[in-house]
Design a protein around this ligand. Structure first.
Ligand code: ACM
Length: 386
């Protein structure tokens, strides 16, 4: 018995709702049981910043707090300590799991903008940590020296805390046309350098961040965005994640040509915050992704070995906008994570939906015992197991 892929990950999102380390450890216990070996921790986003950085006290006093969540009127806050994160890393290592920190750049940074508006193209001192979901225009400005000083301090902390050789730099959903394209500093810089568009500037930005991390012996990973690929922003050998609904087959082909490694977090199978049963709360927009739909994931999407041998694994993403506590998180993560785990472990010819269903029946109680199955409190209207 050996795994089909070396990378079998889950991503958690304490930026949207803070997850205490004690709860993360419970999440990790189940991960280890199902032979996941990578935990990506999404530490920063518009809705919260959870990594303390020496010299930047406003990350805690401002960026880690918000007035409410999704119009519920209840304040929310949370910040890890350096020691807590080190403890998490140690706990995971003892269970064969590597922890990969994610610091999202250049976008998804409204929480940072609330504390340090001067890091942004159009500083607005009235910026507040975002309280609801959605993509924002808070992209850091690459032409401010204080931005680079800040990220040097961030990366030094990451080096101290996370032994992993990887830092995930996000790189998703960054509306450059409405930000850098109109920033006076960016415009002047592009003119001086003879750059034809913001993507050339972006390429330099990612290269600079990547070299700063290389000094600490770390490589970057990014969420794959087709316009970024078109502009040659990814470097040979980097690993990227396919995630956008419907784009994975073409992304497998494109990344092969570009010499990239690919991890499959395909939206139509791997987004574990989505409802898994028709009738379950879809927050008004999420596509229902049944257990069978998650199970249907073939990480190679049916492509032959020679076209798919740059795929290094699979990852489920548990985005946290609507998952305020561990119960909610586990409620949505399982049993679909079992399907993702099997997709990462077993070759297609050793898998069948009927066999999986039969095996899962034995796991039902085992999984349910690990969380407080309270539909009233989790505001779910259907059980996760049917
Ligand atoms: C993503 O779902 N924004 C990667």
């Amino acid at each position: 018995d050996e795994p089909r892929y070396p990378w079998r990950g889950l991503m958690v999102d304490p930026a949207r709702h803070f997850i205490p380390v004690k709860d993360l450890e419970k999440f990790v216990d189940l991960m280890a049981y199902y032979k996941f070996n990578k935990l990506q921790i999404h530490l920063t986003d518009d809705q919260g910043w959870r990594l303390p950085v020496p010299g930047y006290p406003k990350l805690k006093s401002i960026s880690s707090k918000r007035k409410e969540s999704m119009r519920n009127g209840t304040p929310h806050e949370g910040m890890y300590t350096k020691q807590e994160l080190k403890d998490l890393v140690e706990y995971c290592a003892a269970r064969g799991i590597e922890v990969i920190p994610e610091i999202d750049v250049p976008g998804h940074n409204q929480a940072l903008a609330a504390a340090y508006p001067e890091f942004f193209c159009f500083p607005n001192p009235d910026t507040k940590v975002k309280t609801d979901e959605g993509v924002t225009l808070h992209l850091i400005c690459p032409h401010k020296p204080e931005v680079w000083e800040f990220y040097a301090a961030v990366f030094k902390e990451l080096k101290d805390i996370f032994p992993s050789g990887i830092v995930h730099l996000g790189g998703d959903e960054a509306p450059l046309e409405k930000t850098w394209a109109q920033c006076p500093l960016s415009i002047r810089y592009r003119e001086q350098k003879g750059m034809k568009d913001v993507h050339e500037e972006l390429k330099e930005f990612i290269k600079k961040m990547s070299s700063m991390l290389a000094v600490h012996g770390k490589r970057i990973q990014l969420w794959y965005e087709k316009p970024w690929a078109k502009a040659n922003i990814y470097s040979k050998g980097d690993a990227v994640f396919t995630w956008r609904m419907g784009q994975t087959p073409s992304t497998i082909t494109e990344t092969k040509k570009q010499g990239l490694s690919l991890i499959i977090a395909a939206g139509e199978h791997c987004y574990l915050d989505y409802p898994q049963i028709p009738g379950q709360n879809n927050r008004g927009w999420m596509p229902t992704t049944t257990l069978e739909q998650s199970y249907k994931l073939d990480p190679a999407f049916g492509k032959p070995e020679k076209e798919a041998n740059h795929i290094i694994g699979v990852q489920g993403t548990v985005w946290g906008e609507h998952l305020p506590a561990l119960d909610h998180i586990l409620y949505r993560t399982y049993p679909r994570a079992c399907a993702i785990a099997e997709a990462g472990w077993s070759p297609m010819n050793a898998r069948s939906w009927e066999n999986f269903r039969r095996k899962l029946a034995d796991h039902r109680q085992f999984i349910l015992k690990r969380f407080n199955y309270d539909m009233e409190r989790t505001k779910e209207n259907e059980p996760p197991f049917k």
